[in-house]
Design a protein around this ligand. Structure first.
Ligand code: NZQ
Ligand code: ZN
Length: 389
């Protein structure tokens, strides 16, 4: 096990009625805020009204910006930065999913910075100052509600890139599982694939003796596998929705990566897809992750066999080690298909040519190889896209 430092400052306020605490939490930071939201779901389903009511009760003045799209764009980030500067706002409250939260994070980087906020996404430039942000989560998926990352897409060239800093962890996140009852099945399923991927990016490590976090990871995966079909059958089942919501935060709050070298190749490879074709990130991962697994499993068959045995209950005494490993990957694909996710590029409603695959592989590795479980060069990334076809 590797040495590590673990700190996650985000305060999680979880459960029914948690939104009543928004106003008092916000007031600890500011009495004038930017309220940021997406394309309409939060207004349509009454979440917006509840948030506003708590803010009014605490006499918080509000400027609004709506219209954040999935795979959030740089243009709206810049609008938000200008709005905060002109209105003298120093706190951003994101109400929505990863896209809204990541936009809030980008605005929080851009307001105190004189240059172009994209500098932090296109290079390793250190983030030295940010505005504080809070979140009201409406979809368990990205984990941005307590993660140190923000993922933004620059429209020209379809570049989807990540900025990362401990400073980007929200001050607080409000998690009411009832707010997720209205999710379309496709978003529930895509969210599940994203949560599972955040666990698996950490699970597939060559680091020995990480048994404790292996077990925590397996429990998180099993929770998602058991509860996602139930959430699709009974969207208003509080118990099921709450399991998924908490699993999503724990999957990406850093705990499961402690003491291990994490991988992240599948995310890098997927971000090229959702950056260029505007597909749902979790659905993209349902395609890319199994392809990545098939490409790399021989580098550590034991770890893949452990995944198969413990997560998918396969009997390693019945199959050979390698058969067990392969069967585990097949089970994962079968699960994704059972919740109506695509598992191959051809399942998507977009046309992706061989030249496009070439371009994505090039962009994906332009700053060097991706992944740690196995380091992947451009040719490897291209082979993974081809396996996913
Ligand atoms: O468009 P609206 O009307 O706002 O509806 C949204 C959106 O269309 C809808 N939705 C959200 N809550 C709802 C709801 N519909 C009904 N009822 C509700 N309660 O769901 C759609 C997807 O929303 P989005 O915010 O895009 O979802 P998600 O949380 O999956 O976020 C995805 C983004 O996060 C990034 C992804 O790359 C992607 O851009 N990620 C961010 C990470 C981070 N910051 O740490 C890590 C992840 O790996 C990921 O890359
Ligand atoms: Zn993800």
């Amino acid at each position: 096990m590797q040495n590590f430092t673990y700190q996650n400052r985000t305060k999680i306020i979880f459960g029914k009625g948690a939104e009543r605490e928004i106003g008092s939490e916000v007031r600890k930071y500011s009495d004038k805020i930017l309220l940021l939201y997406g394309g309409g779901a939060v207004k349509e389903y009454g979440i917006y009204d509840k948030v506003l009511s708590s803010l009014r009760e605490s006499r918080v003045e509000v400027a609004e910006l709506g219209g954040v799209q999935p795979n959030p764009r740089l243009k709206l980030v810049k609008e938000g930065i200008e709005l905060c500067k002109s209105e003298n706002i120093n706190f951003v409250l994101a109400v929505g999913g990863g896209s809204v939260i990541d936009t809030a994070k980008a605005i929080s980087i851009g307001v105190p910075y004189e240059g172009n906020v994209w500098d932090f996404y296109s290079s390793d430039k250190l983030i030295e100052e940010t505005l504080p942000i809070g979140t009201v989560l409406t979809i368990p998926a990205a984990g941005s509600e307590s993660s140190p990352g923000s993922v933004i897409t620059k429209e020209e060239g379809g570049y989807k890139r990540v900025a990362e800093s401990e400073r980007l962890r929200p001050e607080f996140s409000i998690l009411n599982p009832e707010f997720t009852y209205t999710l379309p099945d496709y978003q529930t399923a895509s969210g599940a694939a994203d949560i599972m991927s955040h666990v698996m990016e950490r699970y597939f490590t060559n680091e020995p003796r990480v048994g404790f976090t292996d077990r925590l990871s397996e429990a998180t995966l099993k929770t998602v596998i058991n509860n996602t079909p139930k959430a699709m059958e009974e969207p208003e089942n509080y118990s099921v929705r709450s399991q998924l919501m908490w699993a999503s935060t724990v999957a990406h709050n850093g705990l499961l990566g402690t003491g291990r070298i994490e991988d992240w190749a599948s995310h890098d490879i997927e971000h090229e897809l959702s950056g260029m074709y505007d597909i749902t990130h979790g659905a993209g991962l349902a395609i890319i992750f199994p392809a990545w697994m098939n490409y790399v499993y021989q580098n550590n068959v034991e770890r893949f066999a452990q995944f198969a045995a413990r997560v998918w209950n396969l009997d390693p005494n019945y199959f050979s080690l390698e058969e067990t490993a392969v069967e585990g990957i097949r089970k994962l694909e079968e699960f994704y298909r059972s919740i109506d996710l695509p598992t191959q590029l051809k399942d998507l409603e977009v046309e992706i040519t061989d030249e496009d695959l070439e371009e994505m592989s090039e962009k994906c590795t332009e700053s060097g190889p991706v992944g740690n479980f196995v380091e992947l060069e451009k040719e490897d990334v291209l082979n993974i896209y081809k396996l996913a076809q």
